[in-house]
Write a protein that binds this ligand. Structure first.
Ligand SMILES: C[S@@+](CC[C@H](N)C(=O)[O-])C[C@H]1O[C@@H](n2cnc3c(N)ncnc32)[C@H](O)[C@@H]1O
Length: 300
């Protein structure tokens, strides 16, 4: 039998494609788990560097590295910020996160601050947004809002490394800072994503969930007509909560039925790349519940 290493070494596929191929072998989205043990696997990126997973158990972190291989990022940027350990969820309602983040000088963070903006709320490591920014250098600006300062510091380090002038990360509690930051942006707000937000399972902690009425109102108000909101979660209850809150705005927002759905949830991630949490969750066999909304065009 041809090993995965041999099978792929003669092809000129992108690491993303390869990661998806490996992923589809490793698990299925609806709970089937297949053996994750591979004798050999090698992926080539366009610069001819390679990632080889030889004779070891495939972990979801390997899949994340593969999916984002073309960014070629180094992890340890200083003693302080290296492989950032993710603590349990932070409490966004604590007084330490109550101060609004300062509004940056937009013309200092973006080459062209008049471009349409995509905001990712709870951007985590930032790699998802970095990948998109690299693909759309001249057409869109990207802003990540993240409540963990070390992740923001490392993400902005990566922005500089990749020499991208259309992306920036801000250490901010989105519940407190979204309105002030986004209403000051000179260009149009075209896209907002909230992907796998912290679930805060306990009933008494649900008010810590990032999607709350004031944030929804602010997103809807700032979004241009035709602009989109993409939300997803691997926790059904959290996805339903976000869906219910966005569905309440049905006078201005409509769920995009033109994309393939199953039981009202989008089957595919429409962004062309999965987030890190999404990769980990799918690897464990979880289903991802997604909704994509569009703000209605103004009628005269
Ligand atoms: C489960 S992670 C998901 C990260 C990324 N979106 C993904 O799908 O891989 C949720 C992220 O949201 C951040 N977060 C939680 N509450 C937040 C808030 N109020 N404002 C900004 N970021 C927040 C967390 O620190 C964490 O990085």
């Amino acid at each position: 039998m041809v090993s995965l290493c041999q099978a792929y070494s003669s092809t000129w596929a992108t690491p993303v494609l390869l990661a998806k191929r490996v992923f589809s072998l490793a698990s299925s989205p609806f709970g089937h788990k297949i053996s994750r043990h591979y004798s050999s696997f090698r992926a080539f990126n366009s610069a001819s560097t390679s990632v080889c997973l030889d004779s070891k158990e495939l972990r979801s972190t390997d899949l994340v590295d593969l999916e984002y291989a073309e960014l070629n990022l180094k992890y340890k940027i200083s003693e302080e910020v290296g492989h950032v350990r993710i603590r349990q969820h932070v409490n966004p309602l604590s007084s330490s996160f109550s101060k609004p983040a300062p509004v940056p000088a937009w013309d200092e963070v973006y080459k062209d601050p008049s471009l349409p903006l995509m905001v990712d709320i709870g951007s985590g490591s930032g790699r998802f947004l970095l990948w998109l920014a690299k693909k759309n250098i001249d057409s869109r600006n990207y802003l990540g809002l993240e409540i963990r300062q070390k992740l923001v510091k490392r993400a902005n380090f990566w922005v500089n490394e990749l020499r991208l002038s259309n992306i920036h990360f801000i250490f901010a509690n989105a519940m407190v800072s979204f309105e002030q930051l986004i209403s000051s942006y000179p260009g149009p707000l075209e896209f907002v994503s909230i992907l796998c937000p912290d679930p805060h399972f306990k009933k008494r902690h649900q008010k810590r969930r990032v999607v709350q009425k004031p944030l929804v109102n602010s997103i809807v108000q700032n979004l241009i007509p035709g602009g989109k909101i993409f939300v997803q979660s691997d926790v059904l209850e959290v996805a339903q909560d976000m869906r219910d809150q966005l569905d309440e705005e049905s006078n201005v927002l409509q769920h995009m039925e033109s994309v393939d759905t199953e039981e009202g949830w989008l089957i595919e991630n429409p962004m062309g790349i999965r987030t890190e949490r999404e990769i980990h969750a799918e690897f464990e066999g979880a289903r991802i519940y997604r909704r994509l909304y569009q703000k209605l065009e103004l009628t005269t």
